[in-house]
Design a protein around this ligand. Sequence first.
Ligand code: SF4
Length: 84
Amino acid sequence: MDDGWWGQAACKGTTAEYFFTPPSFEVKAERDAREGAARRICGGCVVREACLDHALTSGEHRGIWGGLNELERRRLARRRRASA
Ligand code: SF4
């Protein structure tokens, strides 16, 4: 079965704990460390652009997608709308 870009995702099989905010409170240092771990995985991912496009077009509000967190994706979406 062809599972598209997800089939080549570098994060496939890794724990989601790096990519999503935990249910318990997270201080900034913990968040930075967690997001840094996720970004390192994303940095070596061959489908990063497809992943980011998916997150932007489907309105993913949570987690790291394409190496960007929620706030960074909102900013990118705003910049793209402004330059369209
Ligand atoms: S860019 Fe990051 S979140 Fe997206 S598929 Fe690749 S490793 Fe996973």
